[in-house]
Design a binder for this molecule. Structure first.
Ligand SMILES: Nc1nc2c(ncn2[C@@H]2O[C@H](COP(=O)(O)OP(=O)(O)OP(=O)(O)O)[C@@H](O)[C@H]2O)c(=O)[nH]1
Ligand SMILES: [Mg+2]
Length: 468
């Protein structure tokens, strides 16, 4: 922004914003209405704690190359800014602006303009917690800046132009800026690569403690963190802010009736994620590939619930999880049923049960459980569904090991998922309850000549006699 703008900026409040959703009149955007899009932009703006003084849909008959929005409307907004006290220092334009449009609008309005990419970058920047998350956001930022260098070019040329060197100092400046940015980008990429390697190592370690991994995915604000907190009792931030979570948060937790699992919370999805940000976002999602079970959390009370489901499935497709993929079991969690009226709620309950019968557990044909994470409704059904899915591939076994069976116990630690270890007698014998795949169970029995009792049925009398 040029020096001529400084006066207007002086009285402007950078905590106050106007939100605009430009809507192309002839654009048919099947699933989502302009109202919903405006509302989402308002939610995103609120997520970085800005006070919104006005929010409106701007209907366009065509996109103007210079300002996107028509002349009359641009002036109207400028007047609205002038009339508001304090003068909002920000205008959020829920569209991707060209560098030229961006600059012209800032000049017209004497306010900082954030387009959709910039807005989401702000949010990602505010929320990134892990090192990789922060680096990815920084990288996306630099790429965004680089794409805007054209704007600085005209600007710089105007300020410094006419010095007479070949190409002019403006052009040399832009070249220098470009090189600095390119260097920074290279360094960041190297750092990210380093962090990735460390993470892969950590992941490999975790795989050796073979607890099943359960990943929560879903649209932003669907209630993932709330459910995560319900399931762990851990204090992960859950707020009515879009993107309260950017990085996956992992917790080992004992689920009632299921046993020890690793839960992983992830950042929420949104529609039309700017391409610059896809990599940053994807990095936070790689954990999902490791999951044994995906909990696809949906806000079933949201009017756009189906469109959101569609977005989530397509993003998962991007990281390599196909709709009919059976490598991981998918459970759709129809969350927020407490917000439905009685009739809709019982419909959701019966439809979810009906569709779950014989469902294969893929993204397109998932098991469905209707719950309220917030009110704690029907969570036991969710736990039962998780257990059901896990035991499809793993069986529960018990085995009694004597003091001499240290090697067998070590093997179980290494290859199985030990649930409990209890003393079996006075001589140091242990009753071990373990979850194992069928193949593993066979290996164990032939290797150690010990008998595994499936489902703990045979272990039952042992407990009873000890009580009697
Ligand atoms: N009424 C109701 N509100 C819920 C329920 N679950 C979550 N919420 C609310 O929905 C809002 C968003 O919840 P979060 O758990 O932060 O959502 P999230 O999916 O983690 O969101 P991101 O991290 O932004 O992707 C919060 O205000 C929650 O209190 C529910 O079952 N019922
Ligand atoms: Mg969250």
């Amino acid at each position: 922004m040029g020096p001529e703008d400084s006066e207007a900026y002086e009285h402007a409040s950078l905590d106050h914003a106007i939100v605009l959703h430009p809507h192309l009149f002839r654009e048919q955007n099947g699933l989502r209405s302009a109202e919903e899009r405006l509302e989402e932009a308002v939610g995103l703006t609120a997520a970085i704690k800005l006070t919104i003084t006005d929010a409106q849909i701007v209907t366009l008959s065509e996109a103007r190359p210079a300002t996107l929005i028509g002349r009359g409307k641009v002036e109207e907004i400028r007047t609205a800014l002038d009339m508001t006290e304090p003068r909002p220092g920000l205008v959020i334009v829920n569209a991707n602006l060209t560098p030229v449009q961006h600059r012209n609008l800032e000049n017209e309005w004497k306010a900082k303009v954030l387009d959709r990419t910039a807005l989401i970058l702000e949010i990602f920047g505010a929320r990134a917690q892990t090192k990789e998350g922060r680096l990815q956001v920084a990288l996306a930022h630099l790429n965004y800046q680089r794409s805007r260098l054209v704007r600085s070019w005209t600007h710089l040329e105007r300020q410094r132009g006419g010095a007479g060197f070949l190409g002019g100092p403006g052009e040399r400046q832009i070249e220098a800026d470009r090189r600095i940015l390119a260097d920074k980008i290279d360094r960041l990429k190297a750092q990210i690569e380093q962090v990735r390697r460390t993470r892969t190592l950590q992941r490999a370690k975790r795989k050796k403690a073979p607890h099943p991994v359960i990943a929560l995915v879903g649209y932003t604000n669907a209630g993932k963190s709330t459910l995560f907190n319900r399931m762990t009792g851990a204090g992960v931030m859950a707020e009515d802010l879009l993107f309260a979570t950017l990085d996956p948060t992992m917790r080992a937790v004992d689920l009632p009736g299921v046993g020890r699992v690793i839960l992983s919370d992830t950042v929420g999805f949104i529609s039309d994620l700017p391409t610059d940000l896809v990599a940053a976002f994807r990095a936070t999602l790689e954990e999902v590939l490791e999951a044994d079970i995906i909990l696809h959390v949906r806000d079933i009370a949201h009017p756009e619930s189906d469109a959101q489901r569609h977005d989530v499935i397509s993003v998962l497709g991007n990281i390599g999880i196909e709709e009919d993929d059976l490598e991981r079991q998918v459970i759709e969690v129809w969350n927020k049923i407490d917000l439905l009226d009685e009739e809709d709620c019982s419909t959701a309950m019966s439809v979810s049960k009906l569709r779950s019968e014989g469902a294969e557990g893929s993204l397109e044909d998932p098991i469905i459980v209707a719950v309220s994470a917030f009110e704690g409704i029907n969570l036991s059904a969710l736990f039962a569904a998780i257990d059901e899915r896990l035991t499809r591939e793993f069986n529960h076994y018990t085995v009694v090991l004597g003091p001499e069976d240290g090697a067998a116990e070590a093997w179980l630690h290494q290859n199985g998922d030990i649930q409990t270890i209890e003393p079996a007698d006075q001589q140091g014998g242990r009753l071990i309850s373990v979850r194992l795949g069928e193949k593993g169970a066979g290996q164990f029995q032939s290797k150690f000549s010990l008998v595994l009792n499936q489902d703990g049925l045979d272990a039952q009398p042992l407990k009873d006699t000890s009580i009697a």
